[in-house]
Design a protein around this ligand. Structure first.
Ligand SMILES: Cc1ncc(COP(=O)(O)O)c(C=O)c1O
Length: 409
């Protein structure tokens, strides 16, 4: 079952296989297992950027703002939201980065519950989320109630009961990742959202590792707010702008703590006081990045064409195959699987723990296999269904197996 021919057969049966040719792949021999950090370059993006730069900027100059640039944050937001988040039109805006958007979303969420002062968050949450959570709680004279474990790369997903332990009548907001950046465990979005609502709180979901790999139904689940990035599975490029999603039922009550002119109801009125734009556009701050938004649009278009359900189906097959190879080759050599075994609660990467993870990651990179290293002992193998092949998974993990064989016992 570990033969390369099996990987080749899986590639031959893969309905998404043709999408690999839609990416600019400079070196077909490179085994790229880091799409969960920086997605590959869609082939159409270079041409699109060229047009934005040469024609829209170079020729049309300032006129391009009214010829389309100004609408991009909401237009790209709608395309992303409806294809990937289960959003309704008008609920998603693409702007800023995840850190800034988390800050805005947390403040806005706290303002929905003005009589409460606690934020519930996970100890093992991505650093930026923890730092921003602390800062927002402090600014509002509140506190953070930390749940879960910090140190362990825990393969168990965050459940409603884990969150319920932290809920009382002072909790205004719960902040959680849909997919854990370490283990890839998928939180129980539906159960946690319901438990938080029953306790009178709202939830801010960080979808950074879920968007473009795990289908979401944010509107139908009556979630409250969400943020996420577009440079991982959305393939929007390095530093691509992030998104804010907010359920339409909250729109009129949401306050952006960074009240910039672009979130104003009438930016060019240059009025004396801030008046929020209707809808999710109020989460904009300053001038949108037209070039970067065009790149996000191309990434979203590929995922929308493939269909997020097909992407998810391949993601589960890819990660399951990686788990099989781990069991056959790596576990006997001291590697520990730090991702859930159950594909239903596993996102699109697999984390492998080994005391020499840093050294092994460097050695793999030298051999043309690129995973990423996560402190202290995790090798993250990111599998992006639009372009990762089963053969790459085979070859990448075979290289790791061979390196482990060469390690001194
Ligand atoms: C779960 C999660 N949240 C937040 C961030 C930070 O995003 P940004 O650098 O866009 O602020 C990341 C980055 O990888 C992430 O994985």
């Amino acid at each position: 079952m570990t033969d390369r021919s099996r990987a080749e057969a899986l590639d031959a049966q893969d309905p998404l296989a043709p999408f690999r040719s839609r990416f600019a792949i400079a070196d077909d021999g490179l085994v790229y297992l880091d799409g969960n950090s920086l997605g590959r370059l869609p082939a159409a993006t270079a041409g699109r950027i060229d047009d934005v730069v040469r024609s829209q900027w170079g020729e049309r100059l300032i006129r391009s703002w009214t010829e389309g640039w100004m609408d991009l944050p909401l237009e790209v937001g709608d395309r992303l939201g409806t294809a990937l988040l289960g959003a309704r039109p008008g609920e998603t805006v693409v702007c800023d980065n995840v850190t800034v958007n988390t800050y805005k979303a947390l403040h806005a969420a706290m303002s929905l519950r003005p009589d409460r002062s606690t934020i519930v968050a996970h100890r093992g949450e991505f650093p930026t989320d923890r730092y921003v959570t602390r800062s927002v709680a402090q600014a509002r004279g509140g506190r953070v109630w930390w749940i879960g474990e910090a140190e362990e790369v825990s393969p168990s997903p965050v459940t409603a009961s884990v969150v319920a332990d932290g809920l009382d009548d002072d909790v205004a907001v719960v902040l959680l990742s849909v997919v854990d950046y370490r283990s890839a465990a998928i939180a129980d979005v539906e159960g946690i959202t319901r438990a938080a609502h029953e306790a009178g709180a709202v939830v801010v979901w960080d979808c950074s590792h879920a968007v473009g790999s795990v289908p979401l139904q944010l509107h139908d689940l009556e979630a409250d707010l969400a943020v996420g990035c577009t440079y991982k599975y959305v393939n929007g490029g390095p530093g691509a702008p992030a998104f804010v999603w907010a359920h339409q039922r909250h729109h009129d009550a949401l306050a952006n703590p960074v009240p910039g002119w672009m979130g104003h109801a009438d930016p060019f009125a240059m009025g004396p006081a801030y008046e929020p734009a209707p809808g999710v556009r109020r989460f904009m701050t300053g001038t949108p990045s037209a070039i970067a938004l065009a790149a996000v649009d191309e990434g979203v278009a590929l995922l929308a064409e493939a269909g997020i359900e097909a992407v998810r189906a391949k993601s589960v097959l890819l990660t399951s195959y990686a788990v099989e190879l781990h069991d056959a080759w790596l576990a006997p050599r001291g590697v520990e699987l730090a991702s859930p075994r159950d594909g239903a609660v596993r996102g699109s990467h697999v984390t492998l723990r080994h005391p020499e993870a840093r050294l092994l990651t460097e050695a793999l990179t030298d051999r043309g296999v690129i995973p990423d290293f996560r402190n202290p002992d995790g090798i993250r193998v990111g599998l992006a269904p639009l372009y990762t092949t089963f053969t790459e998974v085979h070859d990448g993990l075979a290289a790791l197996r061979d390196l482990l064989h060469a390690l001194p016992a």
